[in-house]
Design a binder for this molecule. Structure first.
Ligand code: 26V
Length: 814
């Protein structure tokens, strides 16, 4: 692979350029600048280099015959970029030396960078890994998203409870972005559709009145590994279309009213919606979805006309691919139709052919409550012209639906876009796309068998699987410097570009020296994390204990409750039987709960309450400790994964579409303690069942059990009064009420809904698996070997592999 000439020739050349940038930016001698100033200048310098390359290379700005892929996603959870870009450019050592010569510590500057929370969790981080991989693979792949003024809330813990604090990520400025007002797009909401007709009887429609908003793009350069290519992420911000101040109101002294036009428009890009609390129905969210779709497509069309003025519209799908990530960009299909028919004058059939050949869709969940729907009335009022297209797409779908198949009425009812007064966004996405994919093998099978079964029967060729992946640069290279160095010392650094090369590590399964060095690296990472935990929580944890880690969003189906029940049961057993000594373990849990999701927030409070009791109980705290790390985000995740011994992936089988923390932890040498769910299935297949610890009910068992209707959680609780029975009682008996009270809501939901998420059903199998797994830690050699099996087989979960599959199977790139 081509390595670019380094952007800085040597430390001296770097230092010269950097000093000039810094002093010009701050207006002070570099010795008088703060670390934050020094970071800002370094980031700006790198961003400018990247922008320059974007402008001059085979990029979006240049006429190019290469197909361009646009990845539409309402979330991009980028994480800090500086360290990642230094690695990708191959200049980390040069920069570190140049800075050191100036008396500046690179690590201190890296620590200055914020962590923009423009995503909820796995879905947004996946989009960010895909940007990284598209650039690394030399694909012209561009992100299209939303520049929220406030990202996802920051989490604080007060008396065990989650408290949400606004994330003012733009506070100090964002050195990576460049505003491009010249590329703004006007977007209209509301008003009414007017019919026009000329003398020949030709008619057309326009949308008039309502509210006009200006979508303004901010571009972030995306630097690919090895400098192969620089792509860009375009994030849209909403501004008022005109500065028409209400002068009467202003003169009357009503400044708030005078400036209302501004706040109304800006509200659209004000804040990211938490994804998992059923926030549907909020009109602002629908405005966000349309704004980034309409602005993104307008800018694509503009670019296409510039690139391919002579090619005609039929060739649009040869040069443009539009990938819709989840259903948030589902309006892409209807909007592209509107642009082609209303604005470009194509006839319906030609436009429809172009649209469906251009658009593809990824589904990320099978939870029925998560499938996005909008009331038709809300949709129509906000987007009257677009709605006519949705209605017509639906009408034609219904009209052409085959009537000669079994149960056609039911199948049509399930797959129609408009039904029961609602616009069903998943159906809209499927109908407008030539490809529909799930994010892990099991998930795709469930889509085909259940969630989208009727669509699958009608067009099986549309469906395919693309198992998720993660960036090995960020989640091994940047996150785990000591393990990276060890790996590189043995097999070279080719794994950064081709993670399959990690399989070369299989030569070291029996190499005592390598395995010991791996353990030493793990310990170093544990010390690093212990220091962070102490700073953040005041809890002292022992780097010589097993680090048992569950880090992800809080949701009932992810079963953090099962994890903490296990901890409670270990605690109970130790108190009952002083001869019982579990393997010394630190239970590390981190993650946010959507602010309206009270059950999940109660589980967070339970975990912190259990932590408070256990960590302060001298009868047990030499053996077990619990650390809840506040404010899980990309930056602290990068400290957590490398320190983990056990990767907790314990969702109810069939519910977790893929998971990606399972892959990040695997790549850092943790052993999975998990159910056969999502990508865990593929992890166990690749690394070998014997190198993970699988437990619990499987999808088919759960389905059969639900069909029989013979599961009764109370029976299990009553049969095990001292195990799970005691944990359930302790929710309300005061044992863990010291911090902020009992946990009646958890009790009621758990027992009142017959253990919907099968926490109680899987409890015994889980605790036994944990016991066996931690006991096996005593044989260090064997543990190290299993850890190495995980690392050596993790290359498959590189997002480079995932992106290559998207490129060939979905986007038609070669
Ligand atoms: C949304 C909602 C909305 C309403 C109530 C419940 C609920 C629960 C979950 C969601 C998330 C939907 C989309 C999503 O974020 N899926 C995640 O995507 C990751 C990347 O593919 C994948 O690894 C996770 O397994 C999947 O949950």
């Amino acid at each position: 692979m081509r390595m670019i000439d380094h952007i800085f020739e040597n430390p001296e050349a770097f230092a010269h350029e950097y000093r000039a940038t810094l002093e010009a930016l701050v207006g002070k001698d570099f010795r008088d600048c703060s670390a934050q100033d020094q970071y800002q200048a370094l980031a700006q310098l790198i961003a400018r280099k990247a922008n320059r390359e974007f402008a001059t290379s085979d990029s979006e700005n240049k006429k190019s015959d290469k197909k361009k892929i646009y990845y539409f996603c309402l979330e991009f959870l980028l994480g800090p970029l500086l360290d990642n870009y230094l690695l990708n450019y191959g200049v980390r050592d040069t920069v570190k030396q140049g800075l050191a010569d100036m008396g500046i510590d690179l690590e201190e500057l890296i620590a200055q960078e914020g962590d923009p929370g423009l995503g909820n969790g796995g879905l947004g981080r996946l989009a960010a890994c895909f940007l990284d991989s598209m650039a690394a693979e030399g694909i012209l792949g561009f992100g299209n998203g939303m520049r929220y003024h406030y990202g996802l809330f920051k989490q604080k813990i007060v008396d065990g409870r989650q408290v949400e604090v606004t994330d003012n990520w733009l506070d100090k400025g964002y050195p990576w972005e460049t505003k491009h007002p010249e590329s703004s797009v006007l977007v209209r909401f509301g008003g009414e559709v007017v019919r026009h007709e000329d003398e020949q009887g030709h008619y057309w429609f326009t949308q008039e009145g309502g509210e006009l908003v200006k979508a303004v793009p901010y571009d972030v350069p995306i630097v690919g590994y090895g400098g192969k290519s620089v792509n860009r992420l375009r994030l849209w911000s909403a501004e008022p279309a005109h500065e028409d101040f209400d002068l009467d109101a202003f003169n009357a002294g009503d400044y708030a009213k005078a400036a209302k036009f501004r706040t109304d428009a800006e509200a659209i890009s004000e804040i990211l919606y938490p994804n998992d609390a059923g926030e549907h129905g909020r009109i602002l969210r629908l405005k966000q979805e349309y704004l980034f779709v309409a602005a993104g497509l307008a800018s694509i069309i503009r670019n296409y006309k510039y690139d391919h003025a002579d090619a005609g519209w039929e060739r649009f799908p040869d040069f443009v691919g539009i990938h819709t990530n989840d259903t948030h960009p589902a309006m892409c299909g209807a909007e592209l139709m509107r642009l082609l028919v209303d604005e470009e004058g194509l006839d319906w059939d030609a436009a429809w052919d172009i649209t469906t050949r251009t658009i593809s869709y990824t589904n990320h969940t099978v939870l029925p409550e998560a499938l996005e729907k909008w009331p038709i009335e809300t949709f129509r009022r906000l987007l009257p012209r677009l709605y006519m297209y949705v209605d017509e797409i639906n009408r034609r779908y219904v009209e052409s639906f085959p009537r000669d198949i079994d149960n056609w009425q039911e199948k049509l009812r399930n797959t129609a876009i408009l039904w029961d007064g609602q616009v069903r966004m998943a159906n809209l996405s499927v109908i407008c796309s030539h490809s529909v994919n799930g994010v892990a093998a099991l998930h795709t099978e469930i889509l085909k068998r259940e969630t989208l079964h009727d669509f699958y029967e009608l067009a099986p060729e549309k469906f395919n699987n693309k198992t998720n992946g993660i960036s090995p640069r960020r989640f091994l290279g940047n996150s785990n410097p000591s393990l990276s160095a060890l790996i590189t010392s043995k097999i070279g650094n080719g794994w950064l570009a081709d993670a399959d090369e990690l399989s070369k590590l299989s030569a070291y399964y029996d190499d005592a020296e390598f395995l010991d060095a791996m353990s030493a690296s793990k310990r170093e990472n544990k010390v690093r994390l212990a220091k962070y935990v102490l700073e953040q929580t005041g809890v002292e944890i022992d780097p010589d204990s097993i680090f048992d880690v569950q880090v992800k969003r809080f949701h009932a189906y992810k079963r953090q409750l099962l994890n903490i029940f296990k901890v409670m049961s270990i605690y109970n057993r130790m108190l009952d039987d002083p001869s019982y000594k579990p393997h010394k373990t630190t239970f590390i849990i981190s993650g946010k709960a959507a602010s309206a999701y009270t059950f999940a927030k109660e589980v967070i409070r339970l975990i912190n309450s259990v932590a408070d009791v256990i960590n302060n109980d001298e009868r047990v705290n030499d053996y077990i400790k619990v650390a809840f790390i506040p404010n899980f985000a990309v930056s602290n995740a990068q400290l957590i994964y490398p320190a983990a011994d056990i990767s907790e992936q314990i969702s109810t089988a069939g519910k977790e579409a893929s998971g990606t923390s399972n892959m990040k932890l695997m790549m850092n040498g943790a052993i999975t303690l998990g159910t056969l769910d999502g990508a865990n299935v593929e992890i166990a297949e690749l690394a070998g069942m014997e190198n993970e610890k699988i437990f619990g009910l499987k999808v088919d068992q759960i389905e059969a059990m639900r069909a029989r209707g013979d599961y009764f959680a109370w029976d299990v609780v009553n049969a095990d009064p001292n195990g799970i029975g005691r944990c359930v009682r302790q929710l309300t008996d005061g044992t863990f009420a010291g911090l902020s009270g009992n946990f009646n809501q958890i009790y009621d939901e758990l027992m009142g809904n017959n253990d919907y998420d099968l926490v109680i059903a899987d409890f015994a199998s889980y605790v036994q698996a944990w016991e066996e797994l931690t006991t096996s830690y005593d044989d260090q050699r064997s543990w190290q070997r299993r850890a190495l099996h995980n690392i050596a087989n993790s290359g498959h979960f590189s997002s480079d592999r995932t992106i290559r599959e998207y490129a060939t199977d979905i986007w038609g790139l070669n």
